[in-house]
Design a protein around this ligand. Structure first.
Ligand SMILES: NC(=O)C1=CN([C@@H]2O[C@H](COP(=O)(O)OP(=O)(O)OC[C@H]3O[C@@H](n4cnc5c(N)ncnc54)[C@H](O)[C@@H]3O)[C@@H](O)[C@H]2O)C=CC1
Ligand SMILES: O=C(CO)COP(=O)(O)O
Length: 326
């Protein structure tokens, strides 16, 4: 364990698409930024930042550490993280851990031996390529300790990026994970040639799935009407810049699962998390048919045609009764 520096310096762990752009946001906001990646070539082009493949060098003594890894890598990397006592950990990852069905905040608290109130979850409609261009966006910065969220969020507040504070950590986590699964389904429908009405139906029913699961896990319903809920859902389900949407699109267009993974421009969290989300929903007695359909296609060799038939063939329901928004 290291001692905390008196000045706020930020470490970023992970230099993929989002880690790099988020680091630039923090540089713009005036922070001193150090970035770690496991490979040196991932660290090129990060002007004005300290970069290293040595975790100790990047993380030791930092009072704020941003974790920008795919969810599958968080446990392994963070178990080696020399975190200063009392440091804040900002989680950018939007996935469930496949083996444990844990959200990233829980994985971070477990592996770093910290209180869950030290974790700030940042989630919103944040397609990194658009943020890199300086296009306006925002995100929820959720922490059980509101004061900590207040202290940390200026580090990534710029003229084009607005953090909104929240204490609904589980709501922000559920939103970030479930929207990726729904984006795979919407992408698949688009790849099959279905257009605006189909997309709107899947997004809307996907929002109901997200809110039902969130409610069962103790989230506030209002979170799902915010940036980390419907905001991110719309962005991810509407853009070919989304890796989740594109993965689904490619499968909908006839590509095999392994090829769709291999041509992806980065991690496809929705495909990786679908089964864990479904298991979690099952434990809570929550129905998530779109998620079930995605899990069938990704994990059980189901076809996208079967996915459509399954969703359209379900027993008819009342609209709007399964979740009541405030
Ligand atoms: N790209 C985006 O627009 C956004 C991404 N996110 C989330 O942020 C997280 C990271 O996403 P991206 O940066 O886009 O991913 P990416 O796929 O672009 O990059 C991931 C990086 O992690 C590295 N990595 C993979 N496995 C590793 C391991 N075991 N140890 C160390 N490094 C490893 C890869 O080499 C790569 O540099 C994901 O959970 C994603 O859902 C959230 C908001 C926006
Ligand atoms: O989380 C994101 C946008 O908010 C990024 O989505 P993709 O991982 O699908 O590219």
């Amino acid at each position: 364990m290291c001692a905390v520096d008196s000045e706020v310096e930020v470490a970023v762990v992970g230099a993929g698409a989002w880690g790099r752009v988020f680091s630039s946001l923090m540089l713009q906001a005036g922070a001193e930024v150090s970035v770690w990646a496991r490979r040196r070539e991932s660290l090129s082009g990060l002007a004005g930042m300290h970069v290293s493949t040595d975790l100790n060098e990047v993380v030791c003594g930092k009072s704020v550490v941003v974790v920008a890894l795919p969810s599958a890598a968080v446990r392994e990397v963070c178990s080696r993280l020399p975190l200063a006592s009392g440091a804040s950990v900002v989680s950018l990852s939007k996935g469930l851990e496949a083996e444990t069905n844990l959200f990233m905040g829980d994985v971070l608290a477990q592996t770093l031996h910290i209180s869950p109130s030290q974790v700030v979850v940042v989630s919103g409609p944040n397609l990194s390529a658009e943020i890199a261009e300086g296009q306006p966006s925002g995100a929820v910065a959720a922490c059980l300790d509101l004061q900590r969220a207040q202290e940390v969020s200026p580090l990534f507040s710029t003229h084009s990026f607005r953090p909104y504070l929240s204490t609904d950590v589980i709501g922000a986590e559920v939103g970030g994970v479930v929207k990726n699964v729904i984006a795979v389904a919407v992408g698949a429908a688009a790849g099959m040639g279905y257009q605006t009405n189909t997309r709107a139906m899947l997004i809307t029913r996907g929002l109901a799935e997200m809110a039902r699961l969130g409610k069962a896990l103790g989230a506030q319903e209002a979170t799902f009407l915010g940036l980390a809920g419907v905001g991110d859902l719309i962005a991810t389900c509407s853009s070919p810049k989304s890796r989740n949407f594109t993965f689904g699109f490619n499968m909908g267009s006839g590509m095999k699962r392994e090829e769709a993974f291999s041509v992806s421009a980065g991690v496809v969290e929705g495909a990786r998390s679908a089964r864990a989300v479904l298991e979690l929903a099952g434990q809570k007695g929550v129905e998530m048919p779109i998620t079930a359909a995605v899990a069938k296609v990704v994990f059980q060799g189901g076809t996208v045609e079967e996915m459509g038939e399954y969703l359209m063939g379900r027993a008819r329901k009342m609209d709007g009764v399964d979740i009541k928004f405030v």
